[in-house]
Design a protein around this ligand. Structure first.
Ligand SMILES: [Zn+2]
Length: 282
């Protein structure tokens, strides 16, 4: 898809959570998620099929941590290209040709890495995702501006595809590696990002102020992909998200009114949340 076509899409509905639903489907903690998904393809295929049927225009391929630093922890970094290719193929088989497949990349998780190293990491995955046939890129759950710049540059060099960037932020818009999203977002727009915003972080009810400020300062679409509320931690150490689909969808309508036009769900959401959102937008 071209950048121009992306920017003319109007309101875009993304998918909901992946990780929390794969755990419900039996993915154990601590395993290599990419390998588990490829060994148990039914879990992701049925989840993503449900997102497509619930109204998602864009579904994220489960390539979130299919980058060299994460795969190396499982001794799989030499298979990075095949892993990204096979994961994208699973998503395509689940959603068909009518839904856009986004190649998903995330933070390396450390604040002090050199730009050169980050660019190398993201270039390898961006090239693999391009060769796998993604329609666009999403760089999500980012914690700092520098790593996001490196990922954006990698995507821009790899292919002429739309690039969405979203940060995980505190409720007052601060980035975990320093600085604020208010300073970071216009810089990403200046370097060619096609949409910028927030994912994860908090519930939709706590995101409106940040979204409103971003929408006033940007000329590109604003992304809002919040969690199903703030998590509570249960006795086993699991995050529990308490906001229901209906309340979530209502909160998303308020974020749309605040200026967000790329809407989805993060941790704790599932296809019923996307369906509730789709129905409210009708
Ligand atoms: Zn999340």
């Amino acid at each position: 898809m071209t950048k121009e076509a992306f920017r003319n899409l109007g309101t875009i509905i993304l998918d909901g959570a992946t990780g929390s639903n794969l755990m419900k489907a039996g993915m154990p903690r601590g395993v290599c998620a990419e390998k588990w998904i490829l060994d148990n393809p039914h879990a992701i295929v049925s989840l993503q099929k449900a997102y497509a049927q619930s109204g998602s225009h864009v579904v994220y391929a489960p390539t979130f941590t299919a980058s060299a630093p994460y795969l190396a922890q499982h001794g799989l970094d030499d298979q990075l290209e095949e892993i990204n290719r096979d994961l994208v193929a699973l998503t395509r088989s689940a959603v068909g040709e009518q839904v856009l497949v986004a190649g998903d990349m995330t933070t390396v998780g450390k604040p002090d890495l050199s730009y050169e190293y980050l660019l190398e990491v993201y270039t390898r995955q961006a090239n693999a995702l391009r060769d796998a046939g993604v329609d666009l890129y999403v760089i999500e759950t980012m914690m700092g501006l520098e790593e996001t710049m490196a990922a954006l540059e990698a995507c821009t060099m790899a292919a002429d595809l739309p690039v969405m960037c979203s940060f995980s932020v505190t409720a007052d818009g601060m980035l975990y590696f320093g600085g604020s999203i208010y300073d970071a977002a216009p810089q990403l727009e200046g370097f060619g990002a096609d949409a910028v915003g927030i994912n994860c972080s908090c519930g939709p009810d706590q995101m409106a102020a940040v979204v409103r400020t971003l929408a006033q300062s940007l000329h590109i679409p604003v992304i809002a992909k919040p969690n199903a509320g703030m998590p509570a931690i249960d006795d086993l150490g699991n995050a529990v998200y308490s906001m229901g689909a209906e309340e979530f969808a209502q909160g998303m309508l308020e974020l749309k009114a605040a200026g967000a036009s790329v809407l989805g769900g993060c941790c704790g959401t599932d296809p019923s949340y996307i369906r509730a959102l789709t129905e409210k937008l009708r």
